[in-house]
Design a protein around this ligand. Sequence first.
Ligand code: FCB
Length: 441
Amino acid sequence: MTQLNRGLFGEDFKFGVATSSYQIEGATEQDGRGASIWDTFCKSAGAIKHGHSGDIACDHYHRMTDDVDLMKWIGVDAYRFSIAWPRVLPHGRGAINEKGLDFYERLVDRLLAKGIDPCVTRYHWDLPEALPNGWLERDTVLAFADYTEVVARRLGDRVATWFTHNEPWCQAFLGYQIGMFAPGRKAISEALLCAHHLLLSHGLAVNVLRALVKAPVGIAPNFMPVYPASDSVQDIAAARRQDGYFNRWFIEPALGLGYPPDMVELYGSAMPVVSAEDLRTIAQPLDVVGVNYYERMVVADAPGNGLLQCRSVTEGNHPRTKDREIYPHGLLEQLRRLHREYGLERIVITENGAAFADELTEDGRIHDAGRVAFLQAHLERVVEARAEGIPVSGYFAWSLMDNFEWSEGYTLRYGLVHVDFDSQKRTPKDSALFYRELTRR
Ligand code: FCB
């Protein structure tokens, strides 16, 4: 095991932690915040484990100053957070909620005062409930561009990096096809329409940001390398379909390659009408591409099984986190592909992390050796990628602290810092100490 230190990553490399608004802020009804689709979704019976919600979450809205101090203590160079659209524009458009915007301004200023780069995600799934039909409406795309302008005008001189969307796949397909995420709808045609509107809003937002800020602008999709279960032509084709569905569907239009033709054919009449002008709007030059990486997938051909006619299989005997297989090599392969196939010139790992059954021990600590090993293994792949000439310039661990893990409620802890959700006490885990030592070395 290599002892990791800053020198291995190069001088420009930024170590960060990431969070998102709905997962940590709480204070969902305070200071004029409007409702988001997640507030509504959490109220629908059976949607979230144990009926949990983000109503209080980590109470970060009230504890922001201490949380930034905690980041400083860990020693991070950058913090990736998202702005809650309904906190800034309670109705999705129109009147600005100054108190909401003030909160983010205080956060940004506090980060800067501590020498931490503020990196903003414009959208991490908490859409204002007030926008009729959500992402199914083309009007929402325009509202997103206006909202981007509001935020950029206030914070544009201080934010270090802008990401338009976080994991558009989750919003579109978990939200509108599988129904596991807000708004809980279940139609492939709706998912594809949502995906198109997300991409279009991304393109418009990049344009808005270009006009108002100097900082780099990008997007942060999730990527999952897909491997065929065997060398058979059928399994290889199945892996290709899964890859098109998950990986290629967002990055290719964003990079100006249009929607993958094989998938357009597969979706057939479920596809929305896509104009050449829309594709041009979507394809804006990007300064950076964020990579959210958690796992890989191995698939076999399975005629008759769902839209993609494939199924996921277990291959090998890899260690697991609480919810997924651990496969660090997939990160390296994903980075290689993004660099070689798409020629990306600047990549940042915007999320990578793991949930384990963390326990507070008698010494008052959390010895999360599994997470430390996870971080170490993935960071080693980043070092390898850089040695191969792949331009990775940052790594954000998901997450700063345990938080509301969407449909899993508070049952999955991804933090470097443990949160006691009754007392809101924060306790750095061994993984936070690992990160602290690494950033000092
Ligand atoms: C990602 C999400 C993030 C968090 C992690 C565990 O898919 O972007 O909000 O839930 O997974």
